[in-house]
Each structure stands twice: as C-alpha cells, then as structure tokens.
Design a protein around this ligand. Structure first.
Ligand code: 2IT
Length: 447
C-alpha cells in the first residue's frame, strides 16, 4: 500500500468529504508499515475494500412542528463494515450532519468496535435535525418519523444503532417505540442505550465517560503518576462529559472546566456532585447553553463567553463534545499552561495539527477510538443481556467495562510502543483495531 496513491484516488472519488478523508488518512498512515509486511493483505485489497462503506441509506424525513408547520430533514445510515459482527454505531442528530461526517464516524467505529474484542461491525447514522430549542413533542414526532424510514434496515443481528450527539435515552425510547410497532416484535437488541427496565443496561449512560477515565487512569499510571488532585478540563456538558466528570471526581481528580457552544465555565474548586447532576438537566432542556451552570451556581462556576475549555489551566485535557474541537493553537495554549496528558474522548475531537503539537511536545496523547470505546463496548454488553433475556447488576457491567478498557489500553501499548520506549497511542489503537478487522476480512474471502 502507498498511502498517498490511495488518498489521491479517494480525494478524486469523494471530493469535499474532508472529515472522511482525514479519518482514513490517519488510519492508513498508522498501519502502512505493518500492512506492507503482509502481502496477503495487499493481494486481497483489504484497504481498498475497507475504505468504502458496504452501503449507505439516505432518506427524507417529514414531521410537523408545534406551530403546525411541515418540516423536512435528511436521514442517513452508513453500514460500513460487518467483518466482526452486525453493524453497530450511534445516531447523531445535529444540523451539520452530512454523508462525509457519518462516513468518518462510521470508519472510526469499525476500529473502535474491533478494539473492544466484542463481535461488533461498524456503522453510523443520523439526521440534519437540530434538537436545540425543540419541545419534547417535536423530538418524539421527529424520532418516530426517522424510524418510519429506518426500521427495515436495522435489527439485532443486522444493524443496531445507539445514541450519539443529540440522541440520548429519551430519543432512543421514542425510536424504539416506533421500531417495535413497525417490526411487530419486541427485539430489544435492535437499538442500544435503552432505559433500564425494558432492555437497557445499567451503566450504559455512564459508560463512555467512565471508560474514558479508566483509560486516562492507566495513562497516568504508565508514568507512575496519580489522578488524585489532577485538574481536568472537559469540553461539552452532555452525556459523555457527565460520565467523565462523575468518574474523574470519584478518582480524586478535579474537573475545573466544562464548555458549550456559548463559551466556557471555569470551576476553580472542582465540579461538585450537585453540579454534575445539573449537567443532566442542562442537556435535557435542549437549550445548549453552558452559561446555565454559572447562573445556577454563582461564584462556583465562572462563565466566559466565546472561550473554549482549552483556555483554562489544567493537567489533563479531554475533548468530550464534537469533532475537530481542538486545533493546533488550542493545543499550544494547553502546553503553555502546563498540560500533562491529552485524551480525546469525542470522536476525532482533535485536529491533526493539535495531535502533532501535543505529540511533538512529548506529551501523551490518546485517540478517541480507544478512549471512548467504553460506550459502544457497553452497548455490546447490552446486546448480550438482551439476547439472554437477563439483566446484570451495575457492579457486573462496570467490572466488564473496566476489563475491556484495560484490555484496550494493553493493546495500545503492545502495538504502539516505539523503539525508543515512548508510546504512540494513535498508532497502537489504529494497528490493533485494523489487524482484527483485516484478519476477519481475509478469513471470510472476497465479499
Ligand atoms: O461513538 C460511539 O461509539 C457511539 N456513539 C456509541 C455507539 C454505540 O453503538 O453504542
């Protein structure tokens, strides 16, 4: 494989799909050397097959808003790769959703799911629907209309969507309600992130954030350091940031910043359990404003409009909100302020320039597909429970999640250790995930 040749062809075939091309380039650059030691990969054209999704569904969604106006949106499901299992990955509702975004997320999902060592293929979907300012009734009608189109293409052994940005427990409930009605079967494995009591798994809401902090805890231990007293800056205030803030605080760290599209809240004394709880209300309100935290906790949370979480002095920086939310200048500001670790929790949260700035400064950087894999891993555990018609305790799920995150961490070390002893977590995660998928594709022949 020659990465440049492949990228030139892809750029010509998929002009303008910037995020997709960025995600593919990162993986190919990581695996190039190992790939070229395996002539059987080249012969079976593994990379050329892997970069194109198996299929993409695009559909129109119509619904009626609270004013009685007819609204039209576009929905998608990218079924990327099923070498390791049925397609699995979230649904994103956000106005910027397009094919390129879902292709990059789906591509990342393949390797992330492979890292969990559970039988999960890769997929992603969503719609250009903006939940900001929508009423509960509007959310329900939109979710129902979305599922009216999607339902025939999903199923427990076919494709199992979950939440992502803009899709949480409430949305999964509405989506499942319509799925069940149309499919005429209570097949809980067709969606994950369900509420506890009708097929949902305990710990799934917390899992992405918990898993991320289990991983960060290992990064810190790697250099004989401790989480106790560490100042952590998180971006976002959604489900992922909420879980991360909970576990970070439990591990003795201090979350000193959360952020939103409107600016950043600095929390000099560290986030409190009351504030962590309030994050859930902020998300459910659909106001999409982090300033609400400062209004609710005056003096404890200090709001600065227009600033990112990366402007706050911290030891550990964790993007938890959206792709490309940290650029090279942000990374430099963090380094100038003494950051010691950067762990990407959001998918592709850091721009390539941010990653190289951090790595070149000798600061450990871990990529989203490893750090945030606890979310989809726990979705995999939810599917296991659904298939067996059982429900594990929170302790049981958490123990399995911890084991999976520890195993992912060990894999990243195994494949990412450089000759000089330093660890390239990006390379480690990409090679480990890729090898699992490539070997399965080889074993299954040319399909
Ligand atoms: O990015 C992700 O891994 C998710 N949004 C969760 C996917 C899942 O199927 O649980």
């Amino acid at each position: 494989m020659n990465v440049q040749t492949i990228m030139t062809n892809l750029e010509a075939k998929h002009p303008g799909e910037k995020e997709y091309l960025q995600a593919v380039r990162e993986v190919l650059e990581s695996v190039e050397e190992v790939y070229n030691q395996h002539p059987e990969f080249e012969k079976a054209k593994i990379v050329e097959r892997l970069v194109e999704p198996d299929r993409i569904f695009t559909f129109r969604i119509v619904w009626v808003d609270d004013q009685g106006q007819v609204q039209t949106n576009i929905g998608y499901r990218v079924q990327y790769n099923a070498a390791l299992g049925a397609y699995k990955g979230g649904l994103r509702f956000h106005p910027a959703v397009n094919v390129s975004m879902l292709k990059f997320l789906g591509f990342e999902q393949i390797f992330k799911n492979a890292l969990t060592n559970l039988p999960l293929g890769g997929g992603k979907g969503g719609a250009d629907f903006d939940p900001t300012g929508k009423s509960d009734g509007e959310i329900m009608r939109f979710c129902h209309a979305f599922m009216y189109e999607l339902w025939r293409n999903i199923g427990a052994d076919l494709d199992s969507p979950a939440g992502d940005v803009g899709v949480g427990g409430r949305e999964i409930g509405y989506l499942y309600g319509m799925y069940k009605k149309l499919a005429r079967e209570h097949s809980t494995g067709a969606l994950t992130g369900k509420s506890y009591g009708w097929g949902g798994s305990l710990i799934r809401p917390e899992a992405t954030g918990f898993g991320a902090m289990y991983y960060v805890n290992r990064m810190v231990k790697q250099v004989s350091d401790t989480m106790v007293g560490k100042r952590i800056a998180l971006s976002g205030f959604g489900n992922v940031a909420w879980g991360a803030a909970t576990k970070a605080t439990e591990l003795g760290a201090k979350v000193v910043a959360i952020s939103g599209p409107d600016g950043v809240c600095e929390i000099p004394e560290g986030i409190t359990p009351e504030m962590i709880n309030y994050m859930l209300e902020m998300r459910a309100s659909n106001r999409n404003r982090v300033q609400d935290m400062a209004d609710k906790f005056p003096g404890k949370a200090i709001f600065t409009p227009g600033k990112k979480a990366w402007s706050v002095k911290c030891d550990i920086a964790c993007p938890c909100a959206f792709q490309n939310e940290m650029n090279a200048e942000d990374a430099q500001e963090l380094i100038n302020n003494g950051v010691q670790y950067v762990a990407e929790v959001s998918n592709m949260g850091c721009q390539p320039g941010a990653i190289s700035t951090v790595q070149n400064a000798g600061i450990p950087f871990a990529p989203g597909k490893a750090v945030n894999a606890g979310g989809v891993a726990t979705s995999g555990l939810e599917i296991c429970q659904n298939a067996a018609h059982i429900s594990w305790t929170a302790e049981e799920v958490d123990a399995k999640l911890q084991k999976i995150m520890n195993d992912i961490y060990d894999l990243c070390i195994e494949y990412g250790k450089e000759a000089d002893g330093t660890i390239n977590y990006v390379k480690g995660a990409n090679i480990a995930g890729f090898m699992r998928v490539a070997k399965a594709m080889l074993a299954q022949g040319i399909v």
